[in-house]
Design a protein around this ligand. Sequence first.
Ligand SMILES: C[S@@+](CC[C@H](N)C(=O)[O-])C[C@H]1O[C@@H](n2cnc3c(N)ncnc32)[C@H](O)[C@@H]1O
Length: 466
Amino acid sequence: MNAERKPRRGDLFELTLERFDERGDALGRAGEYAIELARAIPGERVRAEVRWRRRNRLGARVAERLEPSPHAVEPRCAHFGSCGGCSFQSLAYAAQLEGLHGLVERAFRAQGFGAELEITPVEGARELYGYRNRMEFTFSNRRWIARDEPPGAEAGFALGLHAPGLHSKVIDVAACPIQPAAVDRILATLRSAARARGLEPWDQRTHTGLLRHALLRSSRASGEILVDLVTSRDAPGEVEPYAQAVLALHPEITTFVQNVNTRHGQTAQGERERVLHGPGFIVERLLGLSFAVSANSFFQTNSAQAERLFGLVRELAGTRGDERVFDLYCGTGTIALVLAAQAREVVGFELAPSAVADARANAARNSIGNARFVEGDVLAALGREPGEPDVCVVDPPRAGLHPRLLPVLGALAPRRIVYVSCNPVSGARDARALAGFGYRVRQVRPIDLFPHTPHVESVFALERAP
Ligand SMILES: C[S@@+](CC[C@H](N)C(=O)[O-])C[C@H]1O[C@@H](n2cnc3c(N)ncnc32)[C@H](O)[C@@H]1O
């Protein structure tokens, strides 16, 4: 390329990729330009073709792979490359953890936190495959066709995952190695039994067809498996024999439910649910507590790492038994219930009514009498709650804490705030803002709940200065 002019679409650069960003794109440099591109890993040398330029940033695609990364490993999944789900399967796990650590480190340093803030190495998962306890697959009459398939390959039925950036096509997933193998076998039967019975998959353009999604959940502790079949209408005459055919081959399915979604939007959450077999939920155990998980409950998707995450929260909360604890954005109350044994009282605050109902049921299931759950927007609900907490846990969605919550927290003045962050950028921003209310953070503890993806959780305690 001519060094005089600015890069433009179609220009080629040779570069070695250095790291990845929070979306999973690989980043490198060419002179004064930062280049980002998908489907590449740190350490790899590529020829990149420019697609766009914004000031000194270039977006590119891999035109040619020149040298493999020293951190490259063989991906286990047959759909790697076409399915966008676990983009780092080809990157050695140690390099994944280093990259995740870099994301957390950069987010906090960008907020002005210096060397006095320790960011511990990312606590890696012990199970890199088979760890996901919830997968949602889509039925479609438009199967995504791989380049190497023979012409005329049948494309009218698929049960799998959307091809990245291609929402009209679905990859027919034979096996998904991040879920347990037992669930893979059920996925295969759901497909073959539907085809054998001539059940029609959903057509996203004409909004016709019966089968829309199959949501599969499993419990690591009990081995129970839940199948949630999402259909476009009730159709009991078709759905019930189909469910019975699948159940006959898989006695390990402990619950089979049907959710009916008559709307056009592609969501697995139905307007009504019918239990076709079993109690309608499975039971998972974490840190000695048991949790009922139904088709539409929120539950952490990696049980083994969730247990370690909640253990970390308990350690950082450091309660002894006489404290009042608030759990803000409490979901189904898992953290609140874990902390209840070492607190005088725990109060959870949550917007979603179904999550609050689950939280209350889970408290009763574990005979926990000192936990209460308040439904509503956290700001409004906190305003109605009398008294102050000694310790506050916050686990907000990716956007982080609502800006108006920061002064409210400052006024409540708990002596410690334990922050569980699923987005280091918003977590670091909130830690900086809370410093303005007298809170200090000394250590950030990242933990990986989603191996092979760019997502990372971080937990940190903010102490109120005396
Ligand atoms: C990251 S999840 C928390 C998960 C929870 N700690 C658990 O492990 O089950 C964030 C939760 O915040 C809730 N939420 C989002 N906005 C909220 C708001 N304005 N007020 C209260 N809860 C909210 C969501 O419904 C969701 O359950």
